[in-house]
Design a binder for this molecule. Structure first.
Ligand code: AMP
Ligand code: GLY
Length: 424
């Protein structure tokens, strides 16, 4: 099978690493990729959002399957573009179409979908600049803290949690009337605050059946003890100790099954990964968000735990035969620690040479933001790389990853030292 993987982060390096192990892989291309993905295939200088360029490459290189890593091209309709083009109709796309990707692309769409299918989630209201006064009244009817969410994609920055009513009203006005997040905040979802511990669950679906992947917990804040600014994710562990079989069954029965069935019953064709952002409130699961792709850095622990051939699953998705495919998982625990550029998620320096990568023997090093410069590897982003390790338990996996991170150096490197500590 000839595969084109779109994206350039740690998620895509982990996917490339896994795809490269497939017994049915003929050739793998990654667009645009990074210095890490190059170890597993050919990087192609191609922007995933330029669909016509992607088409030309796919035709020239006889690609059978396109795997879409990030949400952007999905929400922009890359899957629809492929389906509508007769020259591309035989190419399988792993990733939902534009309508289905609204689960991530519009918070209001996701909330209405959950309401229709009685999927547990926080109470909410949706407002526009014409209903600003009603938005204020809704805020007044709620208790602090106040949760405001830009409806559209805002690069993970579109959620504000505020303790004070006046501040919440001011931010609501900022978002709606003053376009704080541009078009993304032309609608705002105001939500009841849910107090609990979060985890991420994943399935892959062909639209009819689905296979569960292992759950994971990521660490979004820059600072230890979950303090400071939100980031793309500073580390992850899998499995998640508090997610016992009873809790995971509740997630499957109350959330996963109604979601997959609900999509199908509405005639929404969903092919690809569904990411369920779950919060555990007194042992009951609620959906915080859906994403139409795998998580990052969750992929860096979930995909290494997949023992089965990932291309076999992708072929199952593309040909609607996922139910016939076998999925096996690694019993061992996995932990990943993200090394980031000093200053991230605010201003940070790039282009710093990374040392020590060749000394790592006990971990997988997934590149997130890197580039090659001759034989040297340089940082090229906020999140630079993730060190993933297995262990008989989480403690062992974490210790191995921290030992590896200790051997990798670049100017200004930063990482959190408390990943996984809260769930041990
Ligand atoms: P989202 O982009 O929807 O995942 O939201 C970003 C983060 O905001 C989540 O990971 C949660 O930590 C937090 N959050 C979102 N919605 C709520 C809510 N209703 N109650 C409490 N925290 C929330
Ligand atoms: N780690 C959270 C995300 O990928 O959105």
């Amino acid at each position: 099978m000839r595969v084109l993987l779109l994206g350039s982060g740690g998620r895509e390096h982990a996917l490339a690493w896994k795809i490269a192990q497939s017994s049915i892989l003929e050739e793998l291309f990654i667009a645009p990729g990074n210095a890490g993905t190059k170890q597993h295939g050919t990087n192609v200088d191609l922007s995933p959002s330029k669909f016509k360029d992607v088409k030309a490459f796919v035709l020239e290189n006889n690609i059978d399957i396109v795997v879409v890593g990030p949400e952007g091209p999905l929400v922009e309709g890359i899957t629809d573009f492929f389906e509508a083009d007769s020259e591309l109709s035989k190419v399988g796309v792993i990733g939902p179409n534009k309508e289905a990707a609204q689960l991530e692309g519009s918070k209001d769409f996701a909330k209405k979908f959950m309401a229709r299918h009685k999927i547990p989630t926080a109470k909410y209201g949706t407002f526009t600049k014409d209903t600003l006064e009603a938005g204020y009244a809704f805020l007044e009817s709620m208790k602090a803290p106040y949760v405001l969410k830009a409806d559209g994609l805002a690069g993970g920055k579109g959620v504000l949690i505020l303790d004070n009513l006046e501040e919440a009203k001011a931010e609501l006005k900022n978002m709606l009337a003053d376009a704080k997040f541009g078009d993304a905040s032309s609608r705002v979802v105001i939500e009841q605050f849910l107090d609990g511990v979060e985890l991420s669950c994943f399935v892959i679906t062909d639209g009819d059946s689905y296979k569960k992947l292992p759950e994971a917990k990521d660490y979004k804040r820059i600072g230890e003890g979950d303090t400071g600014l939100n980031t793309g994710g500073m580390g992850a562990v899998s499995p998640v100790p508090f997610a016992n079989p009873t809790f995971l069954d509740k997630i499957e029965n109350q959330i996963i099954i109604p979601t997959v069935k609900g999509l199908r019953s509405e005639g929404i064709k969903y092919k690809g990964f569904i990411f369920f952002g779950i919060i555990n409130v007194k042992n009951e699961p609620y959906v915080i968000e859906y994403n139409c792709r795998m998580g990052d850095p969750e992929t860096e622990v979930v995909i290494p735990r997949l023992k089965s051939d990932i291309l076999d699953l992708f072929e199952g998705v593309a040909t609607n035969t996922l139910s016939e495919r076998d999925v096996q998982f690694e019993e061992r625990s996995a932990a990943t620690i993200m090394m980031v550029s000093g200053g991230y998620p605010e201003k940070y320096a790039q282009g710093k040479q990374i040392f020590g990568l060749n000394t790592i023997t006990d971990s997988l090093v997934f590149h997130a933001g890197t580039k090659s410069d001759g034989p040297a590897i340089l940082s090229a982003g906020g999140r630079v790389l993730a060190a993933t390790s297995f262990g008989k338990d989480l403690e062992t996996a974490l210790k191995r990853s921290y030992d590896s991170v200790g051997k990798i150096e670049f100017d200004g490197a930063f990482f959190r030292r408390d990943i996984g500590q809260d769930v041990l």
